[in-house]
Design a protein. Sequence first.
Length: 279
Amino acid sequence: MLRQCNVGGQPQETNLASKNFGAGQKILVVDDEHMSDLMRSVLRRIETDGFKPIVVAPEGEHITGDDYETQTLFAMETERPAAVLLDVRFGEYDSDRFKGLSILKKIVDRDGSMPILMFTQYTQGPYRDTAVSASLSVSASVDFIDKLASPEEVVLRLRRLIGRAPETIKIGSLFEIDAENSAVYVIDNGRREMIREIQGMKLEILNELASAMYRSEGELVPFSRLERFSDGEDSRASLRVRIRELKVSLGKAVSREFGATELIINVRNRGYRLVPPTD
């Protein structure tokens, strides 16, 4: 049985972007403890970010990991999820201790590009190495997370695996980038005003940085990904000029000057990262 989850509760706001990131994309949740308080918190957070959790929930007595495997593979065909949140262990039997790893391999056999977040209690003790190494050994987009991780961290990992940024991203409380309308706004008392100086390649650079920040706060964007938005014989020097112009334009919009360790930071010999400014 598959359940479209609606766990209710008040949505929690995120300071990185609007809650429409998921845009209704389905997340297939495969965990025999989906009714626990911990998992309900995770499901609420998934909904808050605009995703639609689809919970695999076999019915009957003496449910085993095989039951979850059968329904998961069926759901992969019928629901077409954007990602899978998959526990390692199912049921009360020793034979199901690593059943999630078997399910993982069968999912990957059917769709090698499917993003999968392995969710497990095996973060310590004798089974940790088996769980981690097995989940990371497949040639697919797979990550591994502690089952006691916060709901925010779980959704952050899912966002990174899916790799899709929303059309609108807030940069702290001061700025907002609207990729769909090719515009950057300064936010003042809830009102938006376009920063008209930021267009073309400078807008593309900021969008690239903001998308990386959204996927994982503090994520570095390597020079190689940004230099395509520069020109001239020395692309690195051209990029530095555009970054400097970006910081000046953003600073003017809020009547301040951003220093070398603020907003857009140059990580020596590696790239740049976007850091939300303080008010």
